[in-house]
Design a protein around this ligand. Structure first.
Ligand SMILES: Cc1ncc(COP(=O)(O)O)c(C=O)c1O
Length: 452
């Protein structure tokens, strides 16, 4: 396999001159992945799986092969773990939330820096009148001490946390999985932002539920995710309905149904059978490139950017950047959240940066990244400020920000991945220096925010 910089110029040449820094949003696919998809589809006909006709059998075989490939990638024992194909990580979280036996004796514990697709599980818990508890983040690194996890894990229920925060890049300790399970909890480990660069070994760390979006890991295909789940934990879930593809038998006359005895009981309707095989190819591709090589490149670029951001100064000597989360590379991934500061210390509105970065060919992300808890931690918004917020009758995120007195609606996020280069870091730094050094925080003419 060629050097990473050579791959950028060949397999990832479609990035062109763009400085792509949103790998936590979506990975970038290689040309080889597109060719493999085209060749497969051009080679024969593929039909709706689970029938005896040849086109159907061809699809079924490839889907089952992809299931095995996912288990191999995660070093999971097929007797212990099942792979359920979903549309994305969000779909995987919903499968767990809607079927988990929440109740007075089974509550929900979550770290405060979950993605909204995990936060939303609390609505299922609320409906079942189950206890909900958030474990707060500790500044300045926005991590969580082990002791707080120990305190939160009283009782029983579901414990949900991200292996890596999609806001700060913090990697939480995977030892919490075992600790929570020993305390009587089922564990949902969200690896959506973690898996693109880091490995998960399900023979060493044994969460009950693992949501994944494959486009974040592989760049392509979109519309395919997985819930990787311990078979034993799956058996405790109670599906709220059945659908095509999920049942062993069903009757209309007696309103009786029997769900399929395996993971297909959780796969609603026809699977994305033309794209699921691309997951297998993508995983082989990443393995061939070398996971360790990409990990080490991403770590190097993250360290370089963190150091340079911390050193950026205006002419009057004041810092140009405030980073949220860890200042170093220990136990953190290649995601960096920050705000730019004006010479008087005020935050430069992230909407301005979004527009100007786009015009400069830099793909970064701004806002709260669907992770309001990390945002509240970053901007030090306490529970007191939020008390009664459900009764404020606010309609827009701008009204909300004004009410709680926040200087900014969100942060700027850059993240690295398989095709990132030193050139990307230098072009970002050049853009930030040229555009924001000694510049006032001017908010005139900015469009209203549409979402958090
Ligand atoms: C940590 C984390 N969890 C879950 C999700 C949800 O992923 P999707 O929107 O693909 O379902 C994301 C997406 O950004 C994420 O970063």
């Amino acid at each position: 396999m060629p050097e990473l910089d050579d791959l950028r110029a060949t397999e990832y040449a479609h990035l062109g001159d763009e400085v792509y820094l949103d790998y936590t949003g979506a990975g970038v696919y290689a040309q080889a992945q597109l060719h493999a998809h085209r060749e497969r589809l051009a080679g024969r006909a593929y039909g709706n799986p689970h029938s005896e006709n040849p086109a159907s059998v061809a699809s079924t075989e490839l889907v089952e092969s992809a299931r095995r490939a996912v288990l191999r990638f995660l070093n999971a024992d097929p007797d212990e773990y099942a792979v359920i194909f979903t549309a994305n990580a969000t779909g995987a979280c919903r499968l767990v939330g809607e079927a988990y036996p929440f109740g007075r004796r089974r509550g929900l514990v979550m770290t405060s820096d979950n993605h909204n697709s995990v936060n939303g599980i609390r609505e299922f818990a609320r409906r079942a009148r189950a206890r909900r508890r958030y474990v707060p983040l500790t500044p300045p690194e926005l991590r969580i001490p082990d002791a707080s996890i120990g305190t939160a894990l009283r009782g029983r229920g579901l414990f949900a946390f991200p292996a890596q925060s999609n806001f700060t890049g913090v990697r939480h300790p995977l030892r919490w999985v075992d600790r929570a399970r020993r305390a009587g909890y089922d564990v949902l480990l969200d690896v959506a932002a973690y898996l693109s660069v880091n490995d998960l070994d399900l023979s060493a760390v044994t969460p009950d539920f693992v949501p994944i979006s494959w486009y974040k890991v592989l760049g392509y295909p979109t519309g395919v995710g997985s819930l990787v789940a311990r078979r034993e934990a799956l058996a405790r879930l109670r599906r709220p309905w059945f659908a095509g593809g999920t049942i062993a038998a069903v009757s209309v006359g007696t309103e009786w149904h029997q769900l399929a005895p395996d993971e297909t009981a959780f796969e609603d309707g026809t699977l994305n059978f033309l794209s699921i095989p691309d997951v297998e190819f993508g995983l082989e591709w990443l393995t061939k490139i070398g996971r360790e090589r990409v990990r080490s490149r991403v770590g190097e670029l993250t360290g370089l950017l963190l150091d340079r951001l911390a050193a950026m100064r205006h002419g009057n000597g004041t810092p140009m950047v405030r980073v949220y989360g860890p200042a170093g590379t220990r136990d953190r991934g290649g995601t960096i959240a920050f705000n730019l500061l004006a010479p008087d210390g005020r935050i430069v509105d992230e909407r301005l940066v979004a527009a100007e970065a786009a015009a400069g060919g830099v793909s970064l992300r701004t806002g709260c990244f669907c992770n309001p808890g990390a945002g509240e931690g970053a901007f030090a918004i306490g529970r007191g400020q939020l008390r009664g917020s459900s009764r404020w009758g606010l309609r827009t995120i701008d009204e909300y920000l004004e009410r709680i007195g926040l200087p900014s609606g969100g942060a700027i996020r850059v993240s690295f991945g398989v095709a990132s280069t030193h050139g990307d870091v230098h072009r970002l730094l050049d853009f930030l220096t040229a555009t924001y050094r000694d510049r006032r925080a001017d908010t005139t003419g900015l469009a209203p925010r549409v979402r958090c």
